[in-house]
Every structure is written in structure tokens, then in C-alpha cells.
Design a protein. Structure first.
Length: 118
């Protein structure tokens, strides 16, 4: 299974960015899909996940600002990020897991950098 994340870039505080992750080589609808991030000097952090039945889960740090969604026909998962803050600056990773909702670990994308300026 291969995951290809895209959509990172530079945004101003209060602005918005959207990330997408295209999945190939597996049956997309079988996987829980999620987004994580890792800031310099910090551990990788869970942000959001969406199950096969479209139930969603969010970290408190992004709840109400970020929205995860998926389209099984397009083998794609998105992360819409609104009201961005400088502390959202990090490398963002998409992930796929057959079962786990938060401690996902089966497959990872390559990461895309998001930089938020104040």
C-alpha cells in the first residue's frame, strides 16, 4: 500500500490549507485513514482519523479547526485545516491502518510540510 500526501505549503495565521492523500496498492475502503504531524524536536502527534464507516476522531488540539474526510471511490483522504496557528507548523503525514483509530501504524505517507507564519 502506497500513500502520497500533497497540499502542504505556507499559510498565514488564521488562514486555511487543505491536504490530500492518495492511496494505491490496496483496498482503500478496508482501512482506517488518519493524519499525524511532527514538529521539529517533537514526537509524532495524532490529529484525526476516519473509519471505514466514516466515524471521525480528533485530537483536542485541532478539534473544531480541522476536518477529515474520505472518498472511497477516489481512494483519497483529505484534511481541511482552518484557523491555522503558528504552532500548527509541522510535517504532516497520512496513515492507513486496518484496525487502529489512534495508534495507527500499518502504512505511512512521505509527509508534507505545513508552515504557518504569524
Amino acid at each position: 500500500v502506497q500513500l502520497q500526501a500533497s497540499g502542504g505549503g505556507l499559510a498565514q495565521a488564521g488562514g486555511s490549507l487543505g491536504l490530500s492523500c492518495a492511496v494505491s496498492g490496496g483496498t482503500f475502503s478496508n482501512y482506517v485513514m488518519g493524519w499525524f504531524r511532527q514538529a521539529p524536536g517533537k514526537e509524532r502527534e495524532f490529529l484525526a482519523s476516519i473509519t471505514r464507516s466514516d466515524s471521525t476522531y480528533y485530537a483536542d488540539s485541532v478539534k473544531g479547526r480541522f476536518t477529515i474526510s474520505r472518498n472511497n471511490a477516489k481512494n483519497t483522504v483529505w484534511l481541511q485545516m482552518n484557523n491555522l496557528r503558528p504552532e500548527d507548523t509541522a510535517v504532516y503525514y497520512c496513515a492507513a491502518d486496518r484496525l487502529r483509530i489512534v495508534s495507527m501504524n500499518d502504512y505511512w505517507g512521505q509527509g508534507t510540510l505545513v508552515t504557518v507564519s504569524s
